[in-house]
Write a protein that binds this ligand. Structure first.
Ligand SMILES: Nc1ncnc2c1ncn2[C@@H]1O[C@H](COP(=O)(O)OP(=O)(O)OP(=O)(O)O)[C@@H](O)[C@H]1O
Length: 292
């Protein structure tokens, strides 16, 4: 019964989305983006003419894109096309790679994040990251979450910290599974639980944006489904950008999709449109598995 109802709702949602595409509801003014929910969203991250180099080699060519607030944007494209490189620009993780250089304009809420005077530690608290392989610290579950709020000075007492730990684990859908073993080592959790712990760790410092670089590639289908559900819940409060090799995952979790190839942004737009009527043949070829 519930499944049938859910299917009907999904069908209805698709019809509404297609109608929005047909009636050109997605044509955007410059400061808002319409996600397929039909709600205009402010631009959270604006990138213009971004180039990224590793030494002499150029990995990203003149990419411009607007990332909407409180929605999930998927970056897709064949291996080596620059998805992760571009994602890492948003919290300056490329700074950690020797010989890398980023030019162009990238703004978070209208403020440049390329500006050298910017406090990168503060930026990374606002723009959190979850990696391909779950990477909990070799400490307790509690300490994994408590570390960030402590070093960012977000807590005044043990009670504050306890509250943040519980709230973050709840938001990541993990609290009930770990509440009786908060002081056990995090590396004893399953892979899927570890990845949700890493998401909880990212959430604990109250970021505005969460970058996810293939967050499910090391997980089995059940753990993947759980993380995808979580991503869908999180988009209510966070701006999420996810790099994924899975077309199904991009279609399931994102509202907007950007397709990259050879360091170029081929096209971007509402996920429904990219998957049903892309403008560029290369996108069509990639999503139908003709290359990649
Ligand atoms: N640290 C680095 N030093 C030099 N070149 C790099 C570095 N990281 C990535 N590259 C190069 O930059 C290009 C883009 O790589 P990137 O990892 O961003 O692509 P991707 O689309 O995320 O690939 P994948 O899907 O395989 O993870 C590739 O040609 C890659 O070899």
């Amino acid at each position: 019964m519930m499944n049938a109802l859910r299917e009907d709702l999904t069908q209805m949602n698709m019809v509404v989305r297609q109608l929005a595409v047909d009636t050109d509801l997605y044509t955007l003014p410059s400061t808002t983006i319409r996600t397929p929910d039909l709600e205009p969203q402010p631009v959270k991250i604006k990138a213009r003419n971004v180039n990224v180099f590793y030494g002499e080699k150029q990995a990203i060519h003149d990419v411009s894109i607007d990332i909407p607030e409180k929605a999930v944007t998927a970056f897709i494209g064949p291996s080596g096309c620059g998805k992760s490189t571009f994602l890492r620009c948003f919290n300056r993780m490329n700074d950690t790679i020797e010989g890398s250089r980023v030019d162009g304009l990238i703004e978070l809420d209208g403020r440049s994040i390329i500006d050298r005077s910017l406090d990168v530690v503060e930026l990374r608290a606002r723009v959190g990251m979850v990696f391909q392989k779950p990477n909990p610290f070799p400490k307790s579950i509690y300490e994994n979450i408590a570390y960030g709020p402590r070093i960012h000075g977000l807590v005044r007492s043990k009670a504050d910290l306890d509250e943040i730990v519980e709230r973050s684990l709840r938001k990541a859908g993990l609290f009930d599974e770990v509440k009786d073993r908060l002081h056990d080592t995090a590396t004893g959790l399953s892979g899927g639980q570890q990845q949700r712990l890493c998401i909880a760790r990212a959430i604990a410092v109250s970021p505005e944006v969460i970058l996810m670089d293939e967050p499910c590639s090391a997980l089995d289908p059940i753990a993947t489904a759980r993380v995808e559900e979580l991503i869908d819940e999180l988009r209510e409060n966070y701006t999420i950008i996810i790099v994924t090799h899975s077309m199904q995952q991009a279609a399931r979790v994102s509202q907007r999709t950007a397709m990259f190839h050879l360091g170029n942004l081929v096209e971007e737009g509402p996920t429904e449109k990219i998957f049903t009527s892309p403008e560029v043949k290369r996108t069509q070829d990639y999503i139908t598995g003709r290359f990649g």
